[in-house]
Write a protein that binds this ligand. Structure first.
Ligand SMILES: Cc1ncc(COP(=O)(O)O)c(C=O)c1O
Length: 387
């Protein structure tokens, strides 16, 4: 008998629509269409030159073998030093774990911190992979709707209200946020950390967009809590998405469980990437030039989008996204983005990817690409939205 395999229930997670949009955009490109990519959540530039040179040098030295599960000692120490330099917060190198992107970091962090069935608060709109990873692991994402009232950021009061309704085991927040760019202010972050400690909630703080701030400086949860699990990555500020390298800073009691999980789930993060990433911390000039380019793109879009009728968006404090209200044009963002892609060649991501309840009326525009693409994208949309 040749019965079809039935996929597991846990694999029945939502698709990551930004990736689906990318697939369609690439197919159109292969067919000869000119596509402006405003859907990509990644820098349009290469990794810093120093990083690439370090990688070449490392390749010249021979084998790229397995490394220690927790990461190369030199990189762990360099990351720890970064906390002193950037935030003036002391972090011991043995609390740092290098992971396969922050994505690999989430996997081991959730497994180490939560038992099956645990309820974890996440903000909506939010990064879609959060709920998808949590669900695949048998954990329950609890969506906290954020909006204008709190500048699109979750608050300690929202967390407390959700916890009163039914006990939470964890909270997974990011600042600056994807897709909104909104940041959690310093005082509010302190309140969130204090509430989590008091209520015995494990706070996972995704700090992947740190370094990409335009209005206020991002603060690390480590300043306010030693129980928080902080996750960061070389993907965004350091422009190293494909190098698949991220890190965690965890409380000492979770280090050995995280190490055991990493040993079996990944063995170790990519060795070549780890050796090259050491140089990323000395590439400040190049990285700041990247940030300045995003800042110019952001200023251009903030000026021009309102003239297209896209005049309502979340506060774009950081990251490289604008999350715009398109309710005057549609309440079906998926169809709207698809039509925009096919008719204008401008790729954006439907809000439904980030907010299953309200995302039909929003879309995300990424300004991580070249300035010329922002101009061309706006010109095409100007013509299209006018008709
Ligand atoms: C908020 C957030 N966290 C994590 C990630 C995953 O990044 P990586 O696995 O490349 O570190 C992304 C990617 O877009 C993101 O937006």
């Amino acid at each position: 008998m040749n019965l079809p395999l039935s996929p597991s229930r846990r694999s029945n997670i939502a698709p990551f629509m930004a990736m689906d949009v990318l697939r369609d955009a690439k197919a159109l490109e292969r067919a000869g269409r000119s596509i402006i990519h405003l859907e990509l959540g990644e820098p349009g530039v290469a990794a810093p030159l120093r990083v690439r040179e370090a990688a070449i040098q490392s390749l010249g030295q021979g084998a790229i073998g397995y490394g220690e599960a927790l990461g190369e000692a030199a990189l762990r120490a360099r990351i720890a030093r970064h906390y002193g330099e950037r935030y003036d917060v002391e972090v011991a190198p043995d609390r740092v774990i290098v992971a396969t992107g922050s994505s690999g970091g989430f996997l081991i962090a959730f497994l180490a911190a939560f038992d099956p069935g645990a309820r974890i608060a996440v903000a909506a709109p939010g990064y879609p992979a959060y709920a998808n990873i949590l669900s695949a692991l048998g954990l329950e994402p609890i969506l906290l709707d954020v909006g204008e009232e709190t500048r699109f950021a979750p608050t300690a009061a929202m967390l407390a209200a959700a916890h009163r309704e039914k006990k939470l085991h964890g909270a997974l927040f990011m600042s600056p946020a994807n897709p909104t760019g909104a940041m959690i202010g310093r005082e509010e972050l302190a309140r969130i950390c204090a509430f989590c400690e008091e209520a015995g909630i494990v706070l996972v703080s995704d700090e992947i967009y740190h370094g990409l701030e335009y209005e206020m400086r991002a603060e690390t949860a480590l300043r306010f809590s030693h129980r928080a699990l902080v996750i960061n990555s070389f993907s965004k500020y350091y422009a190293m998405t494909g190098w698949r390298l991220g890190w965690l800073v965890a409380p000492p009691e979770l280090i050995r469980p995280l190490e055991r999980l990493q040993q079996s789930l990944a063995i170790c993060a990519p060795t070549l990437s780890q050796r090259a990433a050491l140089a990323a911390f000395d590439a400040g000039d190049e990285l700041e030039a990247n940030r300045a380019a995003y800042a110019r793109n952001r200023a251009f879009l903030l000026d021009r989008l309102p003239r297209l009728g896209l005049d309502k968006f979340a506060p774009p404090d950081g990251a490289f996204y604008i999350y715009a209200d398109v309710s005057r044009f549609t309440d079906d963002s998926v169809a709207f983005c698809r039509r925009m892609l096919h008719e204008t060649g401008v790729a954006t991501t439907p809000g439904l990817d980030f907010d299953p309840r309200r995302g039909g009326k929003t879309l995300r525009i990424s300004y991580a690409g070249p300035e010329a693409d922002m101009r061309e994208g706006v010109a095409r949309l100007e013509a299209w939205l006018r008709v």
